[in-house]
Design a protein around this ligand. Structure first.
Ligand code: 6PG
Length: 470
């Protein structure tokens, strides 16, 4: 054994291996274990100058013995049953005061259950959301922690050290009890889905509506990345648009089947939003669009019957597309933060909205220059919907007409822009003081005598049609 480890890690898949190297590099000796022993030894063998910081272990008992008590062990195993199995296997080997940290993409309900079990049976348990992919895990992810505050504080020095930094501030923070960290990570992923989908929609308008080639799309996205849309997702979308396929010599994008995969975190976010009656239509549309993308045969059948949309018929400008994307992005983040707010109230978790925006400024997939302004707006008033914060309200006043133009033009030309259009419908609903639910209430009262509230405050809850219902 090299030296007593400060922390342990189980699961040397891509993310686990990168996280372990990151921890070692920040000066924390780490003991590692993987189900396949050869992977563990191979990991140490390839760790180069970091190898002396790494203790490979062959059994879970060896792993536990290699760590200085009170111990902390990070799990980087697939979400679901594997996490429960690993906890069960570790429990008899660890002390009650030790700590297990699940750093996978767990469903937050599972994290709630595991935290409750840990409180009864030990060891302590933290659920942390980690974002940033392979590169982030190796050089600085964003980290969203959930569990007991004291447990977070215990490992915060390691987590802060390995996290991405925004102007020196670690993008890691405590989000609240039990599953709060994994809940915030799920909302992060929901926003990620919506942001990706809106970029894909704008790409669709450029490709089909404006007849632009991939390299022209790449140039446009590159120029947007120097303005208010500056973000990791716009940056990589520009890069993928510019890439050339080595097999065909054609733009890589043109060679990729339009059928997208998903691991389920976006879907979880949407399901939870429905439970909370939170309104996140841009995120819902993005999940819908992914589901629909996989129905390739049906889409082909649809095109055979109804014909393909005409190409090159759009009258939009690139400036309008950029403005529409700005409006759409603000609306999708506003929906995500409103969902966290609703969950805070419902679960009794005081999840810190400004800190969440701060943690998302670097390291994670949805990092963007707008998040710093969001952190400021949420600090001013965490209870106000983000779209009403003066800075973003001004942006929306300036960009909403472009969003309308893009949605209308796309509709006229048969180009699907579900996230942008549902974002716009949400915006219009949110800015309409007198909507049309009076009609819904009248219908409900007619067929079911459900009653309604009157605008003049009179107590009569039923219409003159009383008794006419079924
Ligand atoms: C991140 C990502 C990461 C991953 C998800 C999404 O924050 O680093 O969100 O967690 O990309 O698994 O994957 P799907 O698109 O497959 O749902």
């Amino acid at each position: 054994m090299t030296q007593p480890a400060h922390i342990g890690l189980i699961g040397l898949g891509t993310m686990g291996a990168m996280l372990a190297l990151n921890i070692a590099e920040k000066g924390f000796p780490i003991a590692v274990w993987n189900r396949t022993i050869s992977v563990t030894h191979g990991f140490k063998a390839e760790a180069g100058s970091l190898a002396p910081m790494i203790t490979p272990t062959e059994t879970l008992a060896d792993l536990v013995a290699a760590i200085k008590p009170p111990r902390a062990i990070i799990l980087m195993v697939p979400a679901g049953q594997a996490v429960d199995d690993q906890i069960e296997a570790l429990r008899p080997l660890m002390d009650r005061d030790d700590l297990i940290i699940d750093a996978g993409n767990a469903l937050f309900h599972d994290t709630n259950r595991r935290a409750a079990e840990a409180a009864k049976l030990g060891p302590h348990f933290l659920g942390i959301g980690v974002s940033g992919g392979e590169e982030g895990a190796r050089h600085g992810p964003a980290i969203m922690g959930g569990g007991e505050r004291a447990d977070w504080d215990r490992v915060a020095p390691v987590l802060n050290a390995i996290a991405a930094k925004y102007k020196g501030t670690p993008c890691a923070d405590y989000m609240g009890p039990a599953g709060a960290g994994h809940f915030v990570k799920a909302v992060h992923n929901g926003i990620e889905y919506a942001d990706m989908q809106m970029i894909a929609e704008v790409y669709g308008v450029m490709r089909d509506g404006l007849g632009m080639a991939a390299d022209a799309v790449a140039q446009t996205l590159k120029s947007w990345n120097a303005g208010p849309l500056q973000s990791y997702l716009i940056e990589i979308s520009g890069e993928v648009s510019a890439a050339i396929d080595t097999h065909s010599g054609k733009p890589m994008l043109d060679m990729i089947l339009d059928r997208a995969g998903q691991k389920g975190t976006g879907r979880w976010t949407v399901i939870e939003a429905q439970h909370l009656a939170a309104t996140i239509p841009a995120i819902e549309s993005a999940v819908m669009a992914r589901n629909l993308s996989s129905r390739l045969d049906e889409r082909r059948a649809g095109e055979a019957v109804f014909g393909a949309a005409p190409t090159g018929k759009s009258g939009l400008t690139l400036a309008q597309l950029e403005q529409a994307m700005i409006a759409g992005k603000i609306l999708c983040y506003a929906q995500g933060f409103a969902l966290i707010s609703a969950a805070s109230k419902e679960f009794g978790w005081p999840m810190p909205l400004p800190e969440i925006a701060r943690v998302w400024r670097e390291g994670c997939i949805i990092r963007s220059s707008m998040l710093n302004d969001m952190a400021t707006a949420l600090t001013d008033d965490p209870t106000r919907n983000l779209m009403l914060a003066p800075f973003f309200a001004d942006h929306l006043k300036g960009s909403q007409s472009a969003l309308r133009a893009v949605v209308a033009d796309a509709a006229m030309n048969g180009i699907a822009v579900p996230a942008l259009s549902s974002g716009l419908a949400w915006f219009d609903s949110m800015r309409t003081a007198r909507g049309t639910a009076n009609m819904i209430q009248a219908q409900r009262d007619f067929f079911g005598a459900h009653g309604f509230e009157r605008v003049d405050g009179l107590a009569d809850k039923h219409g003159p049609w009383a008794g006419h219902g079924i």
